[in-house]
Design a protein around this ligand. Structure first.
Ligand SMILES: [Zn+2]
Length: 406
């Protein structure tokens, strides 16, 4: 008898566990069921000029039947600042992300922003998880997965560990290099397959790469071909999840830039030396933009240098404005502790970055970049979202999904 009990008990207890797990799962899913399935698409570098120049019939339909606006994006007009603001629904002053790099006060060194601890407010993946909603993040860039992907149940990027052996690679071939159009196609195809295969997936976030826009202007055939193909995948997304809301925007546009200033060298040669100048655009994807962008953070050796440095910078051709830390934080919603003593802003043709020997350089005719206020406006689409606020709510790109799961 005792032996029989012993045999039965583990069986009984495992059944109890299965039943309890099932009911827990049902409760979590039941809770999640209240929320409409949502697809967020962040097309990196998708300025309105690219949209208008390309044949994108599916997006045209989204535009006609949903909310469509051209809205301001956030400054500096670089990927991290905008992607994290979209994913948190907060300005950099709250979420803490002011660039792709920052000057770490502890080490006094320029460091890439890749540590998720640097994000000071919850991401949409954390908010979804708390409500029992299963989420996925598909990005072309590993830095996006490292920073934002912590609470997503599924993550994928071409450079992520295990990507080459993933079921997606088995289905769609080995992950393409990041400097290709195909990296974005691979990410889209994987996201569509995941949506089809897993009905419990309540939130899918897709982030493409702006490599094509760094390489081709809106009117060039390759740019048009790339965007026409992305549009076909947006059509497939709608078919794969006809019930889903589609929220789509971009981080910044792009322009040709003709001049680069090395701010450190220029200041030194004019007897107004600074501690360091940081281009918030600088990231590990050097081929995109050589680390040069249309705005820069300037750190002074001492506060008394501010006047002379400001005057020196304003005298450089292509420099449009120099803001104090307080003025920049106020104007652009930035976190004062993570920007320079001064913020320098270029005109549409000018970028800032480290140059090997000269203080300035004329850039090649095909060079394209972003980071200035001239790239800080993007299209925004809200389609089939049952609980979205009125169009007036969407005053900037970072509000795209700020209302969701709150
Ligand atoms: Zn970008």
């Amino acid at each position: 008898m005792k032996n029989a009990m012993r045999l039965k008990w583990p069986l009984y207890s495992s059944w109890v566990c299965i039943v309890c797990l099932l009911s827990l799962g049902q409760r979590a899913y039941g809770q999640a069921k209240k929320y409409q399935r949502t697809i967020i698409v962040m097309i990196d570098g998708f300025g309105e000029d690219y949209y208008r120049a390309s044949d994108m019939p599916n997006l045209n339909q989204l535009e006609k039947s949903g909310i469509y606006k051209v809205v301001p994006s956030l400054m500096p007009a670089v990927t991290n600042v905008n992607n994290i603001a979209i994913a948190t629904g907060e300005l950099p002053a709250q979420n803490g992300i002011t660039g792709n790099v920052y000057l770490n006060p502890a080490t006094e060194k320029e460091e890439y922003i890749e540590d998720p601890k640097l994000i000071l407010t919850p991401t949409i993946f954390e908010r979804a998880k708390k409500l029992g909603i299963k989420s996925a993040l598909f990005s072309c860039k590993k830095k996006t997965i490292d920073l934002m992907g912590g609470s997503a149940a599924v993550t994928l990027c071409p450079e992520c560990d295990g990507a080459a052996a993933s079921p997606w690679a088995q289905q769609f071939g080995p992950p393409p290099g990041v400097y290709s159009k195909e990296a974005s196609y691979w990410i889209f195809k994987s996201a569509i397959a995941a949506l089809k295969a897993d009905p419990d997936l309540g939130l899918v976030y897709i982030h493409t790469t702006d490599y094509p826009m760094h390489t081709w202007a809106p009117e060039e055939a390759d740019a048009k071909d790339f965007l026409h193909q992305l549009d076909a995948y947006i059509g497939e997304l709608r078919q794969a999840a006809p019930d889903a809301a589609i929220l789509l925007t971009a981080d910044h546009g792009l322009h040709h830039k003709s001049l680069c200033w090395d701010v450190e060298k220029a200041c030194r040669q004019r007897n107004a030396p600074i501690k360091i100048a940081i281009s918030p655009e600088k990231d590990r994807y050097f081929k995109h933009h050589r680390g040069m962008g249309g705005s820069a953070y300037v750190y002074l050796n001492k506060p008394a240098d501010a006047g002379a440095v400001r005057k020196t910078l304003l005298a450089l051709p292509g420099v449009e404005a120099v803001l104090t830390r307080a003025a920049a934080a106020r104007k652009y919603g930035l976190l004062p502790e993570r920007i320079g003593d001064l913020m320098v802003l270029g005109d549409q043709n000018t970028v800032f970055g480290n140059l090997e020997s000269a203080e300035s350089e004329k850039l090649a005719a095909h060079y394209r970049s972003h980071g200035s206020q001239y790239e800080a406006h993007v299209p925004l689409f809200v389609y089939n979202a049952h609980h979205a606020p009125a169009p007036a709510y969407f005053k900037a790109n970072y509000l795209l999904a700020a209302w969701l799961y709150k």
